[in-house]
Design a protein around this ligand. Structure first.
Ligand SMILES: Cc1ncc(COP(=O)(O)O)c(C=O)c1O
Length: 434
């Protein structure tokens, strides 16, 4: 692939994105031109306003907002303004389940097994609350996860460990990027209660073998909580096929749904066996009876809580619609091609790639190391190349279904220019910006 040097000097804050692309004209390989012409998914670009303004390669953090989200939020406001309190009975009350069904299609869950919540952290607390306090003299007290779990998830278990006698087994990584499967499997034993793991690790995009981990957990009677935040919408999977007990994720990233729309899947046969103690009136079998005692609903709504974040659910739906229309298989096919191309480009330019090289072992993100990666990231963002940085991993770069091949060239050549010209120097002593 050709390098696209020299663009950086032409780019300053406020420069039109079209000028950036213009600098690339005439330098595309035949293969890239062919891909740009035949890439059906690029037709979606016009649905995402930010793509006209920036090289947007950060869908592992905040996916681009679909244009339709403006209309959905307007619709929410119109309904509130004109229907007032009747809106609850006309759809709002059921939205945690109806919207959950849309997410269910993406993660392979059957209707009525997913509910919407605000975020993953609350879903983890809610699941854990089903198992606490532990039965007296219970030997099943271990919580097994890797040290590369998303930190917020670890905080939930840590916070309850001492008071409830839980023992946390944190499986070590050798390289800070991957988790050895054998080590994970052998950590799960007859005393294990829960295995809350990430499907794709946030830091390195390492894809864990959720099926093997679940099989092992079930052999010894433990339950698996799969965090699918970094896989849903970019890696095809089915919670049913993986046979996980619970799955939870959010909509901020690959689902292009924005903040406040987390989801919780519960395996159908477990639903009526569990009684979350983190609960509220929406989990009651007849919330509008306003009874003084809790009687859990006989379905997935027993995993609800208090009043739902309706605007967030409106905002999230347009992303799910697009992902469902394209299909995650097609997204993955393109992602594999583009992440592979990014690895080639980065290595050809002398950068070290820290995310897994084997496409079967990674999600949709590539991480690229440089000793000045944090400062380079700041300078990239200043130049309208939107990526982020994680300590130990480097610059995180994520193409999504709306990414052009040219943008991969652009970001790597920009990194090269920033490195060579030491334009990052102004940002030394920085950490992650977001
Ligand atoms: C794997 C994973 N889990 C969870 C989260 C976020 O959790 P929450 O929804 O509680 O903010 C992230 C966000 O970066 C993530 O990457």
């Amino acid at each position: 692939m050709p390098a696209c040097e020299g663009n950086a000097l032409a780019i300053s804050r406020g420069h039109s994105f079209l000028k950036i692309l213009a600098g690339l004209c005439g330098r595309l390989s035949a293969e890239q031109t062919e891909n740009s012409l035949t890439d059906e998914l690029l037709k979606w670009r016009s649905e995402f306003p930010i793509l006209d303004r920036a090289v947007y390669l950060i869908s592992h953090s905040l996916g681009a907002m679909p244009r339709a989200t403006y209309d959905r939020l307007q619709e929410y406001a119109d309904i509130w303004a004109t229907r007032g309190v009747r809106a609850w009975a006309e759809g709002w009350w059921d939205m945690p389940v109806t919207v959950g069904n849309d997410v269910g299609r993406i993660i392979g869950a059957e209707p009525g097994t997913v509910v919407m919540h605000q975020n993953v952290s609350i879903c983890q607390s809610l699941i854990l609350s089903c198992f606490l306090p532990l039965p007296k003299d219970s030997k099943r007290t271990r919580i097994v996860y890797s040290e590369l779990n998303f930190p917020s998830v670890m905080y939930v278990y840590e916070a309850h460990a001492r008071e409830h006698g839980l023992r946390i087994e944190m499986v070590k990584s050798d390289d800070g990027m991957t988790v050895p499967l054998e080590r994970m499997l052998s950590a799960i034993d007859e005393e294990t209660l829960l295995v809350p793991i990430s499907h794709v690790l946030y830091k390195s995009a390492f894809l864990q073998d959720a099926k093997a981990i679940t099989k092992r957990a079930h052999e010894v009677g433990a339950r698996v909580i799969l965090d699918t935040y970094q896989s849903a919408g970019t890696v095809p999977f089915s919670v049913r096929e993986l046979n996980v007990d619970f799955a939870t994720g959010g909509s901020v990233k690959w689902l292009c749904g924005g903040p406040g729309a987390g989801y919780l899947y519960v395996r159908p046969d477990l639903i009526d066996q569990l009684e979350p103690k983190t609960t509220g009136w929406m989990a009651h079998e007849s919330p509008f009876a306003f009874e003084t005692e809790m009687h859990y609903a006989p379905n997935i709504t027993r995993f609800l809580h208090g009043s739902p974040a309706i605007p967030a659910l409106y905002a999230a739906e347009s992303g799910y619609r697009i992902i469902n229309e394209i299909g995650v298989e097609a997204i993955r096919e393109k992602s594999m091609r583009q992440t592979g191309a990014l690895i080639e480009l980065a290595e050809a330019t002398g950068f070290r790639v820290t995310s897994p090289k084997n496409p079967e072992q990674r999600g949709g993100t590539i991480t690229v190391w440089d000793d000045n990666a944090a400062a380079i990231t700041k300078e990239l963002i200043r130049r309208e190349f939107i990526v982020d940085y994680r300590p130990g991993a480097g610059v995180r770069i994520s193409p999504h279904f709306y990414t052009k091949d040219e943008e991969l060239d652009l970001v790597i050549s920009e990194m090269k220019t920033i490195r060579e010209t030491r334009a990052y120097a102004a940002h030394e002593r920085v950490g992650a910006a977001f």
